[in-house]
Design a binder for this molecule. Structure first.
Ligand SMILES: [Zn+2]
Length: 301
């Protein structure tokens, strides 16, 4: 599975390196805009391509495609999994400034290729103080544990499961105040950290957390930085994660249903107070789950 990172990176760096596709029909790249505002937007199909790609079409967002059943689909020249009825997913990187090239070969021969340039986002800076210092600058004796946990999460996100639970969209998993947004540059206790790859929902400890969509639990464990941690696989590389839980109510291998209570909000791991850190990935690409929600942002409790 180690190679997946290299495969995806290579794909992003070489968008025209198509392999394994022979076209009988015309190839077009009509959707590439000259500015982010001119790029393909959700539901916009200016060309005659027989496939569609929808989503918020922003940096750090999940895109979902629909092609004729039996089609072969590639992203930047690399094959994507496709459901029997022609559905597929991919993610735009949080800092992606090059278009993603989607190529579809139809079952009746012929094909189309279109580029999608994600709309650029402005990420804010957030200073967080009062964090346990041993979670900002962990002591040497826990570094191996932290590295092992990060590796475990990385590997769990590489599953290319045949499921399509991501297709139905995502509900907000918990109520609360949105106390942290995706992509912000974090300065924790005065120390510059990696960007904040998730959405924080602050709510009282013990508040229920519910699965936002059906899926398969890949990880449910207690981690040093992430605290009570659960990772759900929604198919085709789309996963969501739940951090800092005070209680975990599922286990690895469980199939969960939308709305099922999976845990409770807490302040375990690197946290100043009770909140849910909700993350979404497409393989290792970090995505903003708030851009894939089908329900309105919840009210604070
Ligand atoms: Zn967070």
């Amino acid at each position: 599975m180690r190679t997946r990172r290299g495969v995806l990176l290579a794909g992003l760096l070489a968008p025209t390196a198509l392999r394994g596709f022979a076209f009988a029909g015309p190839v077009e790249s009509a959707a590439t805009g000259t500015s982010p505002a001119g790029a393909a937007r959700a539901g916009e199909d200016v060309a005659s391509a027989r496939f569609t790609v929808t989503g918020s079409m922003e940096q750090g967002s999940l895109a979902v495609g629909t092609a004729p059943p039996g089609s072969l689909v590639s992203l930047d020249g690399r094959p994507l999994s496709v459901t029997p009825d022609g559905r597929f997913a991919f993610g735009f990187g949080p800092d992606q400034i090059t278009p993603s090239l989607v190529t579809v070969r139809y079952p009746d021969a012929g094909g189309d290729s279109r580029s999608y340039l994600p709309v650029a986002r402005q990420y804010e800076e957030q200073r967080v103080n009062g964090l346990p210092q041993n979670t900002v600058t962990p002591p040497p004796e826990v570094r191996a544990r932290i590295a092992h946990e990060a590796e475990t999460i990385y590997l769990a996100r590489l599953y290319d499961s045949p499921g399509s639970d991501f297709l139905s969209g995502f509900d907000w998993p918990a109520p609360g105040i949105e106390s942290g947004v995706f992509g912000s540059r974090r300065i924790d206790n005065g120390v510059a950290m990696s960007p904040h790859w998730g959405v924080d929902m602050a709510a009282p400890a013990g508040t229920p957390i519910c699965a936002p969509a059906d899926g398969l639990v890949r990880i449910c464990d207690d981690y040093y930085l992430d605290g009570g941690f659960t990772l759900i696989d929604h198919g085709q590389g789309v996963s969501t994660s739940y951090l800092h839980q005070s209680a975990r109510l599922v286990k690895a291998g469980d199939h969960v249903r939308r709305g099922q209570m999976i845990g409770r909000i807490g302040a375990t791991g690197r946290a100043t107070g009770p909140h849910l850190h909700w993350a979404m990935n497409w393989f290792e690409v970090r995505l903003d789950p708030s851009r894939s929600t089908r329900t309105a942002k919840p009210e604070p409790l």
